[in-house]
Design a protein around this ligand. Structure first.
Ligand code: SF4
Ligand code: FE
Length: 495
């Protein structure tokens, strides 16, 4: 099958029996729900750009499994160049959406499971690798979106999965049958889960021999029997219900077309046939899958967050221009600092790709140390970038009246002025820039700094792909302090 168009992708979601709950109720027509649709628009763009010749080189690749052209989000990286193109594609999509476009979690899971299943088979003589290749061929051929699902609720963090007082705190096998397994549990903060056709589940931590039932990786359709999702709230999310004249969300939303999405995914005794099981009790490989997935996703942030950062820098520069202060040296210097921070993140994303290495299975893996350094910087620099953006934007970003006020015909002034007239008069800065344009750019920044998109730019920068301490553990492991001690000794003439 050829690559799907954006419309075909959206239509394909309508055909699914996805079970989704929001505000305590089941959502029936979730595809057109104003709070969900912006996130679907983001994923749809991964389809639209793949069909645009201008972006084909970044957005598509030749499948190593079939030789067909596939969306890069379903590709197994064959070279360092593929790793670099992945980061560039993510920056491009960040620029075009200003949000998390969700499809990377599947891509990162594919690449982690591809190499890990090869090595599990090597040790145990299992046939996970061939199974996984068949599954991925199906995904590539049908151009599907897959949620790479890792994060369990984790319960008491001081206890291993098997030692939890509630056994469902980690996804686990509750029944083994000849033709498959039954699984129970949940995955938290699942990016794009509702918008995915399939889910690919992975363990979330390294495991010991007592955790056999928890060391499990498998795939299932999003609308499979027993799977449902509870939609995550975002700051200011109900602003998306305010629809503007053009049918898109209103100005107060900040980003009228695109949004991100997270949800709690519940597995309420779901049957998984053998052909979709990729790890089943080989506990020592749980950690390998976690590290590889996290490594790829930490690389990803050196692309997607940088693209969103580009939009923040652009919006801050516009806000300054609209205020007539764009020539002030302090403003210029802040924009330089924002650019410096943003490009440093990009440098890390590119660097860990350039230093990529082939795995035993043949696909390419990023340099783990540099990918972890990349993500560690992402836990910090976006916060400084939004601080500088807020500095440039000024307080109006959070004190401005609503779009409805700007458009209100209610008379309030002695000379017949409407609320709209008053807002447009007092919130105009430069004579040649409309109050509405100023309103739009400030709302855009508010959305990313504090609103719904702050989920993807701020808190996700902190905790997505692992919280800061997780990277520090990996940096500690990969930093080769012993090797560095030797270098120092040699130069200092010690020993
Ligand atoms: Fe992709 Fe970034 Fe969203 Fe992760 S956070 S899914 S890398 S856009
Ligand atoms: Fe993420």
């Amino acid at each position: 099958m050829a690559l799907m168009s954006a419309k075909e992708y959206i239509d394909s979601l309508r055909k699914m029996n996805t079970r989704i709950y929001m505000f305590g109720e089941k959502i029936e027509n979730w595809v057109d729900h104003p709070m969900i649709r912006p996130s679907i628009n983001c994923v749809a763009l991964t389809y639209a750009l793949a069909q645009n010749p201008e972006y084909a080189d970044l957005m598509t690749a030749t499948s190593s499994l079939t030789g067909h052209t596939v969306n890069r989000f379903a590709h197994i990286h064959q070279s360092k160049e593929d790793l670099i193109k992945k980061v560039k594609m993510q920056r491009l999509l960040g620029q075009k959406t200003g949000n998390c476009f969700q499809r990377c979690v599947g891509m990162d899971a594919f690449n982690a499971i591809y190499s890990s299943t090869f090595e599990i088979d090597e040790k145990y003589g299992t046939s996970y690798f061939e199974r996984f290749k068949s599954f991925l061929t199906f995904i590539q051929d049908n151009d599907l979106v897959v949620d790479g699902a890792m994060t369990d609720p984790k319960g008491d963090r001081s206890k291993a999965p098997h030692a939890q007082s509630d056994p469902d705190m980690y996804v686990h096998v509750v029944e083994r049958r000849e033709n498959g397994i039954v699984v129970r549990g949940a995955k938290c903060h699942q990016t794009g889960s509702v918008n995915s056709h399939w889910h690919l589940f992975m363990p979330t931590i390294s495991m010991g021999t007592d955790d056999k039932d928890y060391a499990v990786s498998f795939a299932c359709p999003t609308d499979t029997e027993g799977l449902y999702m509870i939609y995550g709230r975002q700051s200011c999310d109900t602003r998306k219900n305010e629809i503007g004249e053009d049918g898109c969300t209103g100005i107060d939303c900040g980003n009228t077309k695109f949004g991100g999405q997270e949800a709690l995914v519940v597995l309420d005794d779901v049957f998984i046939p053998n052909e979709y099981i990729f790890l089943n009790g080989e506990t020592e490989f749980a950690g390998m899958i976690v590290e590889r997935f996290a490594g790829y996703h930490r690389q990803s942030y050196g692309g997607c967050k940088v693209g969103v950062g580009d939009t923040i820098i652009g919006a801050a520069a516009l806000a300054a221009e609209y205020n007539g202060v764009e020539k002030a040296s302090a403003v210029k210097d802040k924009l330089i600092e924002m650019t410096h921070l943003n490009e440093t993140l990009y440098s890390c994303g590119i660097a860990c790709s350039c230093e990529g290495v082939p795995t035993k299975a043949g696909n390419y893996q990023i340099d783990m140390l540099l990918a972890n350094v990349c993500k560690q910087n992402v836990t910090r620099f976006p916060y400084e970038i939004v601080r500088l953006a807020e500095d440039i934007a000024g307080g109006l970003m959070v004190t401005m009246p609503s779009e409805k006020d700007f458009k209100s015909a209610t008379v309030v002034g002695k000379n017949g002025e409407t609320i709209g007239d008053v807002c447009s008069k007092y919130f105009k800065a430069r004579a040649d820039v409309s109050a509405e344009d100023r309103q739009k750019v400030l709302r855009y920044l508010e959305n990313i700094c504090l609103g719904a998109a702050a989920v993807g730019y701020r808190t996700e920068s902190m905790h997505g792909a692992g919280s800061p301490q997780a990277q520090r553990i990996m940096i500690g492991r990969q930093g080769d302090i012993e090797g560095k001690k030797k270098i120092a000794k040699a130069l200092a003439g010690i020993g």
